[in-house]
Ligand binder design. Structure first.
Ligand code: DHB
Ligand code: FE
Length: 313
């Protein structure tokens, strides 16, 4: 049986990816942020899963206003880093896990969550920045190549590294799971929390012994446009982290308007963290998770950065 071993939560600010790619992580502005992820990188090395189920949002990159799936599961064998206007990030391509993704789609759709199946998709900063933060830095200037090039990913397991801890491949396959938090109507926190529970049931009904991590990304407080651009709310963010750990069911009842008022228009990305949290064992009556790491930092670009690692017991 496959099982969810841990959940990871992190902001996915694009400037963090740019700082890594341009080798600025040691600069005074960035150093405190990256220092906060050092324990996480160590933890990832010691707790490399077989698969990461990575909940993120596409920022009108692979999707557009032409079509907007609410919940989309990536079932392809691989996903290329997207060109978001400055060329693709020089990071490894993402190797998928079509078999597990297809199983989760089957189980979750039969469990009444109507997912969109995606068989071809590029992945943007929402997915690649969290991978960089937890799995090391990017490899330098060369763009990734479509077929088995120098940055070609591996099927699973071992992580090859270049000097300086920079990966040539992500350490394991990743199932991208894109949530619409860009164009209203977006799904409620309650729906996201329920979906996480369905994803846990799906993973646990897969007949291979796989260790699966589920990641929730986006947030924390940020507003990128309008009169309140630059809004940061430390108190609300930290109360969100407290409740995500101790009272996720109660937190899932918070309406969108509270996120937008308190955490800014893009703060609503945080509903995605409730998908990952809903997939943890304690939500289904198991023991409480262990908090392995918690970190909060302001600012990164215009955004508050939050990060949490919870391990299942
Ligand atoms: C920015 C973009 C994001 O998608 C995000 O979640 C935070 C910040 C930005 O453009 O700065
Ligand atoms: Fe975002």
């Amino acid at each position: 049986m496959a099982r969810i071993t841990a959940s990871v939560y992190t902001s996915h600010v694009p400037a963090i990816g740019a700082a890594i790619d341009m080798k600025k992580t040691g600069e005074a502005y960035w150093q405190p942020l990256f220092a906060g992820y050092e324990p996480s990188k160590q933890w990832m090395k010691e707790n490399t899963p077989d698969v990461i189920f990575l909940v993120y949002n596409d920022h009108a990159t692979a999707f557009s206003l032409d079509f907007i799936p609410t919940f989309a599961i990536g079932c392809a064998a691989e996903f290329m880093p997207a060109d978001e206007g400055w060329g693709p990030r020089p990071v490894p391509k993402v190797i998928g896990h079509p078999e597990l993704a297809a199983h989760i789609a089957q189980s979750v759709i039969q469990d009444d969550f109507d997912l969109t199946i995606v068989n071809k998709m590029d992945v943007d900063h929402g997915l690649t920045v969290p991978l960089s933060l937890l799995c090391g830095e990017s490899v330098g200037a060369e763009p990734p190549q479509a077929e088995g090039g120098p940055l070609g990913g591996q099927r699973s397991g071992e992580s090859r590294e270049r000097g300086g801890g920079q990966p040539l491949a992500w350490p394991c396959p990743v199932i991208p799971f894109a949530v619409n938090v860009v164009q209203y109507p977006v799904p409620s926190g309650r729906r996201c929390f329920q979906l996480g529970q369905a994803i846990r049931r799906a993973v646990e009904s897969y007949d291979q012994d796989l260790k699966v991590q589920i990641w929730g990304t986006g947030g924390m407080s940020h507003q990128l446009q309008g009169a309140r651009a630059g809004l940061i709310n430390r108190e609300w963010d930290n109360a969100f982290l407290d409740r995500l750990i101790a009272d996720p069911a109660g937190l899932s009842q918070v309406p969108h308007i509270d996120y937008v008022r308190e955490a800014g228009s893009e703060g609503v990305e945080l509903v995605m963290w409730l998908i990952a949290r809903g997939a943890m064992s304690d939500v289904a009556g198991g023991p409480a998770p262990t908090m392995k790491h918690r970190f909060y930092h302001v600012p990164a670009s215009n955004t508050a950065v939050g990060h949490l690692i919870l391990e299942n017991n």
